[in-house]
Ligand binder design. Structure first.
Ligand SMILES: *Cc1c(COP(=O)(O)O)cnc(C)c1O
Length: 395
């Protein structure tokens, strides 16, 4: 019998390589594959499944909405759309007076933000090395990884890349022609890289000195991932643009570009659009995520359990450092091949991610339980042993 992973290769474009598993079902932070094997999911669909798999609040919000009114176009509005926009403005630092544009993904939220920056009349952008902002051409222009960019050049815009976390380099790159500085408050795809304290505040100052916008991409770091609604909340910095996606819909596709202050009103009718963005179902999903995080005290849960996870992972001497906040965790493993760690973990029933050759990223559902975390911590030394053994066998 051929499996879905075999059939995948003859029917789907080879954009992602061969899938590791075909999954059939999920519940909380657990998923099951087509052979019935169970895994604890510390990837959460790449920081997306904030409420885990098949959360009843999300299931019922989406089911009710699509049974009532599923799609209407942006000639019209709906209750969920307005309510979610109001909610997001209440969560984002400096959100009062801001305005929201809804999209369907992170890259689309960033595409909207990119176009918003053009409406300042300037075209120069400053982004960070190691940054990931998405794969559409505009977002890709802001993404630093050469392998992602090179086949698709020329990319739009005049973009200067500076080392992440280096405020002096940022100050040197920004000019009076700069439309915006775009930064992830904590870099996700780079393997959860936390900038030095004061970096975002310096970016804010530099942007203000030159009349540039500060655009924070919270697509991965936002929506409770760090134990705060937004990762930049703790810095005291107010951005001009904040982009969201991943965790926002808890697995239902939705993204948001939030304009604050003068950035709130840069778009006029005709400047930008979307058929699906802001549809009632996506917005109902977003509302269910926000309300469940509020009602179930999930931010506090993320803070407490994240600390336990990070401390436990760091206890193994092969771990150089553990970076991150809440359940946004980067594990630096200089001596162990992280691809082998991921393979050994999968064998042991845990889904992890090798963000880079020496960094494991852990971004489990925010509702991951203490038992799930304890299970990973108990298995962790043996997973590293198995990864090291398989490296030796190859030599
Ligand atoms: C994942 C990600 C994106 C792109 O989101 P997609 O939904 O995959 O388009 C953009 N920015 C950051 C910081 C991300 O982590």
């Amino acid at each position: 019998m051929t499996t879905y992973t075999d059939r995948y290769q003859s029917a789907l474009m080879n954009a992602f390589g061969k899938p590791k598993l075909a999954l059939v079902r999920g519940e909380g932070a657990h998923v099951w594959d087509e052979d019935g094997k169970e895994y604890v999911d510390f990837l959460g669909g790449i920081a997306v499944n904030a409420l885990g798999h098949a959360h009843p609040a999300l299931v019922s919000a989406v089911t009710e909405q699509i049974s009532t009114l599923g799609h209407i176009s942006n000639f019209f509005t709906s209750g969920p759309q307005v309510e979610l926009a109001e909610k997001l403005l209440a969560l984002v630092p400096g959100g009062a007076g801001g305005k929201v544009f809804f999209a369907n993904s992170g890259t689309e939220a960033n595409e909207a933000a990119f176009k918003l920056t053009r409406k300042t009349g300037r075209t120069h952008l400053v982004a960070a090395e190691g940054a990931f902002h998405g794969r559409t051409l505009g977002a890709l222009a802001l993404t630093s990884k050469e392998a992602y960019r090179a086949p698709f050049e020329p990319l739009p815009g005049e973009v200067t890349f500076v080392p992440y976390g280096d405020a002096d380099a940022l100050a040197a790159a920004v000019t009076d022609e700069t439309a915006a500085i775009v930064l992830e408050p904590i870099q996700g795809e780079a393997g959860v890289v936390v900038p030095p304290e004061g970096y975002l505040a310096a970016a804010r100052r530099i942007a203000d000195e030159h009349g540039a916008l500060l655009w924070l991409d919270e697509v991965q770091s936002g929506m409770g991932r760090t134990g705060h609604w937004l990762a930049h909340e703790t810095t005291g910095v107010t951005a001009d643009i904040v982009t969201l996606a991943k965790g926002l819909g808890g697995g239902f596709p939705i993204g948001a570009c939030i304009g604050l202050g003068r950035a709130a009103t840069l778009f006029e009718p005709g400047n930008h659009g979307t058929t699906f963005g802001g549809n009632p179902v996506g917005c109902a999903a977003g509302l269910a995520v926000v309300r469940t995080i509020e009602q179930d005290g999930i931010l506090e849960h993320v803070t407490v359990l994240g600390q336990k996870l990070r401390d436990g992972i760091a206890a193994d001497p092969r771990v150089a450092t553990v970076e991150g906040e809440g359940l946004f965790v980067g594990v630096v493993l200089p001596e162990v091949d992280t691809a082998k760690v991921v393979a050994a973990a999968l064998e042991a029933g845990f889904i992890l991610n090798n963000a880079t050759p020496d960094r494991i990223r852990l971004v489990p559902p925010l509702v991951v339980t203490q038992d799930d975390v304890e299970a990973l911590l108990a298995a962790w030394p043996a997973i590293l042993d198995a990864a090291q053994d398989s490296s030796q066998e190859q030599q």
